[in-house]
Design a protein around this ligand. Sequence first.
Ligand SMILES: NC(=O)C1=CN([C@@H]2O[C@H](COP(=O)(O)OP(=O)(O)OC[C@H]3O[C@@H](n4cnc5c(N)ncnc54)[C@H](OP(=O)(O)O)[C@@H]3O)[C@@H](O)[C@H]2O)C=CC1
Ligand SMILES: O=C(O)C1=N[C@H](C(=O)O)C[C@H](O)C1
Length: 265
Amino acid sequence: MNRIGVFGANGRMGLALLEAVSKKDDATLTGAYVRENSPLLDSAVNQLNSAASADVSFSKETDVKDADVLIDFTLPQGMRNHLKTAVEKNIAMVIGTTGLNQDDLDALNEAAKHIPIVFARNYSVGVNLLLNLVQTAAVKFGDDMDIEIFEAHHRHKIDAPSGTALAIGEAIAEAKGWQHDEVARFDRSNDEHAKSQNEIGYSVMRGGDIVGEHTAYFATSGERLELTHKASSRMTFALGAVRAAGWLKNKPAGLYDMQDVLDLK
Ligand SMILES: NC(=O)C1=CN([C@@H]2O[C@H](COP(=O)(O)OP(=O)(O)OC[C@H]3O[C@@H](n4cnc5c(N)ncnc54)[C@H](OP(=O)(O)O)[C@@H]3O)[C@@H](O)[C@H]2O)C=CC1
Ligand SMILES: O=C(O)C1=N[C@H](C(=O)O)C[C@H](O)C1
């Protein structure tokens, strides 16, 4: 049985994760962690999500115990604190938090020298297949092709472009032999020139309850290919993360991603 603790357990993904763990026969929820000052402390998790395990209460994120894997879908500062706890207690992690800067990524790499970590900016099977498909398209279309990425998310999302959009762009850049930082265009409002072909443009919309949509466009004169993924439920990401937690059991320290979990490399 995989014993799972969830950080940010009261968040949108946190609540979906509590439910996802309870759907799996080979996983059990041993901790639902919230901030130290949370009014939810000591209340039963099934008061917030009736599908979650009835006999677990929310507890302080510093009180982690009895876990094989800790799952973090929070914000970058939360992820940094949770990473420290996991290393101190020598517990594996599954991380889905996006909006990480270089410092955060360095901390992730450093922690992965001590514990096994799966870090993925999207835990759906579809997006992980898409990461392979865009690489094929980017290579096979050749150079006379304009590449753009569009993403749409709910009104509460803070980071932009989404982690997934960046992962798609980075996969394309890798396939083309480009440095992503050099070709990524996030803002064209001050441009005084037309689009160049070695460039990946990003555009973003935020609104309502959109769970997550991503399109990679490959456009040339006379034709356009659009590769789109649409997530319609957060449960997709949550079940993917719980699957990653099962896969992590008994893995050596190191940084893994969802393509490793799904054997897509
Ligand atoms: N990789 C993937 O497949 C996916 C990734 N995500 C990512 O997951 C993250 C969370 O998304 P979502 O659930 O919608 O966000 P929510 O705002 O609903 O939840 C965020 C959670 O993190 C907690 N939190 C925030 N900051 C801290 C901190 N400094 N210390 C401890 N806890 C903290 C919040 O606690 P409190 O309520 O007390 O503020 C809350 O429980 C985002 O980065 C999002 O992009 C989302 C979906 C899929
Ligand atoms: O914040 C979200 O909701 C999501 N975030 C992830 C991202 O930034 O790519 C994954 C998913 O699209 C939902």
